[in-house]
Design a protein around this ligand. Structure first.
Ligand SMILES: [Zn+2]
Length: 298
């Protein structure tokens, strides 16, 4: 605490003796970042992903938030792992809705440690915000590249706080049925490059362009074309079950067609928001995503 008082005192002295400089820095902050909704818009430094700095919050200087440009093959878990932060922090800071929503060239904000972004109250100071969240004010300054007297940007990153807990993962089907009783065949061959988790409602199976993709079970094609999963096929299996096959290079079926389990329905590709050839395989029960691994033999 004594350290904070010294820093505050020093900052106040600076403010008293160099008013022009201070006014200028506040004006700059107001002009360039205070109203920005994104860290990227504030011109945070771009960087390659560096090994995580393991400083506990408050025990050493934290690096400011950097930006990262998504490269081929990147996924939320791999980027988060290399940056040394949790996938949920990466998702929350960048307001990503789905783990599949990365495209090559997307620019992400990378905080140096786990934490959350919040919108400060109008006129709220760094010290007030730090007090409200029981976090070191200096740590907030370091990560957000601001000073103790700066107006707070919005959003502002608060280091060291866990993101909100996942609200739901694999809900029990509303009718109480046991999904494990339904059996699907593997929809393609490859390696699972991304599992089913909070922000990723399916599994990704990666392989080369043109790898055959097959229907996981018998059913009727209800969608085949370009849409929210790139070029994709959706099959209705009855009893409320649908499967989705995303990011195809090409579909080989058409809407209304009846397919059997194992019948080829398309070719693997990387259409839509995707960073490399893979099948995004999604199982829905009454519109709720299910973990596909519960339906596939291991
Ligand atoms: Zn996916």
């Amino acid at each position: 605490m004594a350290t904070h008082l010294w820093v505050l005192t020093f900052a106040l002295l600076v403010a008293a003796f160099v008013p022009l400089l201070l006014h200028r820095s506040i004006a700059d902050a107001l002009a360039s970042g205070a109203s920005s909704r994104s860290f990227i818009d504030r011109g945070v430094q771009e960087s390659v992903i560096t090994p995580p700095k393991r400083n506990a919050v408050g025990s050493g200087p934290l690096s400011p938030i950097t930006s990262y440009v998504v490269e081929p093959g990147d996924t939320v878990p791999t980027i988060a792992a290399r940056a040394g932060i949790g996938a949920s922090t990466l998702m929350q800071v960048n307001q990503l809705a789905s783990g599949d929503s990365l495209s090559v060239g997307d620019v992400l904000s990378l905080p140096p440690v786990d934490g959350i972004v919040v919108s400060p109250s109008p006129g709220e100071s760094v010290v007030e915000l730090a007090g409200a969240y029981h976090v070191d004010a200096l740590a907030i300054c370091q990560v957000n590249a601001i000073t103790l007297l700066s107006p707070l940007p919005s959003p502002v990153f608060i280091p060291g706080l866990a993101p909100p807990r996942p609200s739901r993962m694999t809900p029990v089907p509303p009718d109480g049925s046991r999904p494990g009783l339904l059996h699907f065949v593997w929809p393609t061959q490859g390696t699972i490059s991304q599992p089913f988790y909070q922000y990723h409602p399916g599994i990704d199976i990666a392989n080369g362009y043109g790898t055959p993709e097959v229907a996981a079970a018998a059913g009727q094609v209800v969608f085949a074309g370009a849409g929210s999963y790139g070029i994709y096929v959706e099959i209705d299996h009855g009893d409320g079950y649908h499967t989705i096959y995303g990011h195809m290079e090409q579909t080989l079926v058409s809407v209304g067609q009846t397919v059997s389990a194992g019948q080829q329905i398309g070719l693997m590709g990387s259409t839509g928001r995707s960073t490399g050839p893979h099948l995004h395989f999604q199982v829905m029960h009454n519109g709720v995503p299910q973990n596909p691994l519960n339906f596939l033999s291991t």
